[in-house]
Design a protein around this ligand. Sequence first.
Ligand code: M6R
Length: 576
Amino acid sequence: MCGIIGYTGNKPAAPVLTKGLHALEYRGYDSAGIAVCGSEIVTVKAVGRISALEEKLRGRDLPEVCGIGHTRWATHGCPTEINCHPHLSYGGKFAIVHNGIIDNCRNLRVLCENRGISLKSDTDSELIAHLLEWEYRGDPLACLSRVAADLRGSFALGVLCADFPSDIYAAKMRSPLIIGLGEDMACISSDGTAMPKEVTSLIVLADGQVARVRPGSAEVFFRGRRVEPERVKCSSPEIAAALSGFPHYMLKEMYEQPEALARTVTEDCLGRPYLRRNVTLIGCGSSYHAALASKPLVERITGCSAEVCLASEFIYSEKTVGRGKQAVFLSQSGETADTIAAAEEAKRRGYLTLAVSNVHSSTLTRVCDEKFCTRAGPEISVATTKGFTTQVGALGVLASRNDEIAAALKELPFAAEKALAVEVGEVAKLIAKSVNPFFIGRKADYGAALEGALKLKEISYISALGIAAGELKHGSISLIEKGTPVVVVSTDEALGEKTLLSMATVRARGGTVIAVTNIDEVAQAADFVLPLPNVHPLLSAAVSVIPLQRLAYEAALLLGKDIDKPRNLAKSVTVE
Ligand code: M6R
């Protein structure tokens, strides 16, 4: 999704901004641009990669020390240079970058047209620049407050005003925005990964706040009054985002899983939230799969049936009364719009809400009543790996009042280490050539199977089908023909018989069975085996998914895909 960066200090802004934009690349984008502010505002934009923007900047003399930049992920209007941010106001007085969606853009468009302002782009964002110039009476902060109050929807805004060439103005509503401060410099950004290394403290803007950011200082206002925001000290905001010798972030992050799991499962237990009876687990994409994979564990611990719901569907479910029930929201980023909307709805319905997130001061953790933080460390790869495994580990921690689970949790990092050593090369070749590979499993293995299929789809663009093993015979089996690969995840001895039956059914139709298993009988009945270490069947998804991640990675590599920047995808999906 779109990313914002802004810098004001004593160095030329353009190189700082492009460096920041590179750090935001992982969020997903299709065009990028910057604006720098001197006696007038200059913008430079390009469609495609940031290297295209850098190419345009080469040889330009831009000494200005204040500017804003943006990576755009198209929503309103195609990825063209005109739609690319920053957008200038009609008289060139303001430039803005925007992350989010303006719900009332149609009305605002009519308002601008009635004022005789001709719009250049198809975006909702351009309107904001024009409204600012129209409202301007010499105080950019006051006019930003007025304009922000008229916007509906979500926005993180970075604004330049030509009359104040070393100031950046910022506003936030339901899209993340952080201010970073250092000696003689300051910046704004969508997240910490893009902050320059000079930053020594951070301010996380809250909804409804606007700010004036100057070198070394920031003033924050809420409804016209100055507020004192909390400042968080940070040693090195250029967080561990470097590749450390790995060819891709995805591979690096896969290898970080044993440590990430160890950090998560040894998370300080004092005062942490716990699972109640009547739990609903809610998430999107991989987080939803982690919820599915953890359902059997949650049910074992609470002794009650647990529901699992897609965040984007939860808001449409019958208006259930949440009193006496707990809703647990899983989100690596904590910024997924669907999940946040579901959490807000759950609160309205009276649920006790708990966020399980990897980002400790995310919107989701602030919305929910309680939080439990996974300790995966920053995840850059669009295809999540350690985000998923630590979510499964986190639910294990929340359930660890059961001694058997507590003991099994301690083993998870070691099992993950062993799973990383599983050789997938031969199977990856098979999968890379295949058309409709299946991923099947039951109980916790079902969640892992869905996640394996999603990983493959995301980065190799192979149309994989993740399905509950028992559902195969109810229709999808018609797709199985000679050589169709069927990846069977099987970690629960108690389900061995049924798994063997599914495998026999597949093989009878010519399918090739690839077992991801630690059960001997299952391994013996398969055409290929990805052997798993022993792991508790209620926590197994944190381990069984690892060879599946590797399989997707190797297949995508064989197919020459752009693994860390898969097409059409964004790291955090901040639109509903
Ligand atoms: O940050 P979240 O966990 O809330 O993200 C949810 C999904 O968008 C995310 O898991 C997505 O499916 C990943 N790209 C999967 O790799």
